[in-house]
Design a protein around this ligand. Structure first.
Ligand code: TYD
Length: 170
């Protein structure tokens, strides 16, 4: 840990201050900031237990939980990015894929264990597909639902990224 930043700070801030020069450095989130988090698992012959504590096991306090279920074969979900929201996606049952896109690079992540979480910081375009029958996708979110936090148009998302890179650094 350096400069007082927590181990989670990488994907959370768009702007960092370079302490020695008092300069602002632009740091965009990328797909490499999307991390698989190994959640704690209490193995027990009566059935396993996993828990998630906001701010401890994941890099944000949890304000909202939602889940996708009864997803028909071939359906796709997501198809948007968030301006500020951070999320943790967990395959509580079955499996599905998450396609991550930071405007430059893409990667596909297969989730199929309820003790793995995929952390997605702000400004990452995501799509979900390849849902297995009976799968349940649980999402922990850092804030309440707010439609104004969404980019639902990929071109708007790319333009916002471009604008943020062109912002003067002072
Ligand atoms: P959306 O986020 O587009 O779903 P997904 O990314 O899983 O495909 O949301 C679908 C609809 O549900 C949309 O009308 C907004 C609404 N919604 C809420 O009202 N509250 C929520 O917490 C979420 C996630 C969605």
């Amino acid at each position: 840990m350096r400069g007082g930043q927590s181990k989670w700070s990488l994907g959370r801030q768009i702007w960092l201050t370079h302490a020695s020069r008092n300069q602002r450095i632009h740091v965009s989130t990328t797909i490499h900031d999307c991390k698989q988090i190994d959640l704690k698992k209490i193995a027990d012959p009566r059935g396993n237990l996993t828990f998630i504590e906001g701010g401890r096991d994941i890099p944000f306090e949890i304000k909202r939980v939602y889940y996708l279920y009864d997803v028909p074969g071939g359906a796709e979900r997501g198809g948007h990015a968030h301006k500020d929201l951070q999320q943790l996606v967990v395959a509580m049952s079955g499996s599905f894929d998450v396609i991550l896109d930071d405007g430059y690079e893409k990667k596909r992540v297969h989730l199929n264990r309820s003790y793995f979480g995929l952390y997605i910081p702000q400004m990452i375009w995501r799509e979900l597909d390849n849902f297995s029958s009976g799968s349940v996708c649980m999402v922990l979110a850092s804030n309440y639902y707010e439609e104004s936090d969404y980019y639902r148009d990929h071109v708007d998302f790319l333009l916002a990224l471009k604008a943020s890179h062109e912002r003067p650094v002072s």
